[in-house]
Write a protein that binds this ligand. Structure first.
Ligand code: UD1
Length: 431
């Protein structure tokens, strides 16, 4: 069993380079199915979710060539399957993008219902309603989504999203790329990765306007051509390291970010007394003094991201005074609270609200990564805590953070990946 072992209480100093955005990569890679010819995708993060998405693409028959550690070339001309089996789809939420991409390109898709982190109910009804509005026949049978286009193909239409959904917005965009006429998506999500997917499709010859606003227009085109595209930096990875510096103290240059995408996180940390200085594509984050309490409510972009809720909560655990956190997106995103309590945090959860009373310090303890971002929060807590923190279930963290151990060690953190046998006895240091 692999664990992270952290000796906390050391301030962080140096530079951290931010990788490509996970949630953009897991949509753009399936979008390669729409392209005639080869597309070269750069700035891909080396994380297990990306490995899985590439594996699914290869299972479908695509040729994937690794150019270097962050660049792949994808050629989908030999794709001969349109079904994504349960064993693969259940491992990753983003497998739902194969429904939109396969339906769009081949007029048919059979994809097992997706898996992913357990954050409460995670329906995909809006995705399916969107495909049906485009004229597709959609059925859920034996755990699989079966979607098929009518004889003459899909047709553009006006779609109003009942709820702001990142996944449904991107999936309907994929579905509409070749639909006849114009598709208008209203009440669309506005996250940076939505703009990134639209930019990728447009770079390959698509015609999508308005991404980043709540009305997106997709004008159907007859085909997409090959090309080169570079994925945006990861907003949540950058935000996680910003909270790590805030919690542990020190001064770190967070490199290769789009500062605008981080405004919602920066604003909260500034309010708490963390110093943040924009330097072109980098942010210098420093914390020497006491942090102050504040209230945080998660919302769709440009609001405070739900994927940063647990990490900022750790900072609030160490801030003077009482803070309120309200989860505005998911119904069950506080499972990490009990783990933080083991480290001395004072946090009470009631439904969607957590009340946090700041403490002067956290103390190291054995804890569990409950999901991807909760796991990142345990690392942030471990870096700030006195003593040793051992984190297990770290496969969640590996899904979304490229070389988190290496990047943190580079700024002076004492974090190691350690292999423990399941029963007591010898353990070996892995790196
Ligand atoms: C994506 C992110 C996830 C992030 C979330 C919100 C990926 C792979 N994952 O998830 O990390 O936490 O955005 O920023 O990009 N909903 C419905 N019906 C649907 C779809 C969603 O009711 O068909 C609801 C959900 O239950 C949730 C809300 O809409 O309450 C937002 O979900 P959505 O934005 O779709 O999240 P994901 O795309 O699954």
């Amino acid at each position: 069993m692999l664990k992270y072992v952290i000796q906390g209480g050391k301030p962080l100093h140096g530079e951290i380079n931010i990788s490509g955005a996970k949630n953009a990569a897991v949509a753009i890679i399936p979008a390669a199915l729409l392209v005639n010819g080869t597309c070269r995708i750069e700035n891909i993060p080396q994380i297990s979710d990306v490995t899985l998405i590439l594996e699914i693409l290869q299972e479908l028959g695509a040729r994937v060539r690794t150019v270097n550690r962050s660049t792949v070339e994808i050629d989908c001309s030999s794709v001969h399957r349109t079904n994504v089996p349960y064993e693969l789809a259940r491992q990753i939420r983003a497998s739902y993008y194969f429904i939109g991409a396969l339906l769009s390109r081949f007029g048919t898709a059979q994809v097992s219902m997706p898996g992913g982190c357990d954050l409460g109910a995670r329906p995909i009804d809006l995705h399916l309603k969107g495909f049906m509005a485009l004229g597709a026949n959609v059925e859920v049978k034996n755990g699989y989504v079966h979607a098929s286009a009518p004889e003459g193909g899909l047709t553009g239409t006006h779609i109003y999203m009942d709820q702001v959904s990142v996944g449904a917005t991107m999936n309907v965009m994929l579905g509409a790329v070749f639909a006849k006429g114009t598709t208008i998506i209203e009440n669309a999500a506005k996250e940076p990765h939505i703009v990134d997917l639209a930019n990728f499709i447009n770079a390959m010859g698509g015609n999508i306007m308005g991404a980043g606003t709540d009305i997106i227009k997709v004008r159907g085109v007859s085909s997409l051509h090959g090309g080169t595209y570079s994925i945006i930096p990861d907003q949540i990875e950058a935000g996680t390291y910003m909270t790590a510096v805030a919690a542990a103290g020190g001064s770190v240059l967070i490199k290769n970010v789009i500062p605008k995408h981080l405004d919602c996180i920066t604003a909260k940390l500034l309010e708490m007394g963390v110093q943040i200085e924009e330097q072109g594509d980098d942010l210098l984050v420093s914390r020497t003094g006491t942090m102050h309490h504040t209230n945080v409510k998660t919302m769709p972009y440009p609001g405070f991201p739900t994927d940063m809720q647990s990490q900022i909560a750790v900072c609030l655990c160490l801030a003077e005074g009482t803070s309120l956190v309200t989860e505005g997106i998911w119904e069950n995103r506080y499972r990490y609270a009990d783990e933080l309590k083991r480290m001395g945090a004072k946090i009470q959860v009631d439904g969607k609200v957590a009340v946090i009373e700041g403490v002067r310090k956290l103390t190291g303890a054995p804890v569990r990564a409950c999901d991807l971002r909760a796991g990142a929060a345990m690392i942030v807590a471990g870096l700030a805590a006195d003593g040793t923190t051992e984190i297990d279930h770290i496969h969640y963290v590996e899904r979304g953070y490229e070389d988190i151990v290496g990047k943190l060690r580079n700024v002076g953190a004492d974090i190691r990946l350690v292999e423990f046998p399941d029963d007591a006895g010898h353990h070996s240091n892995v790196g």
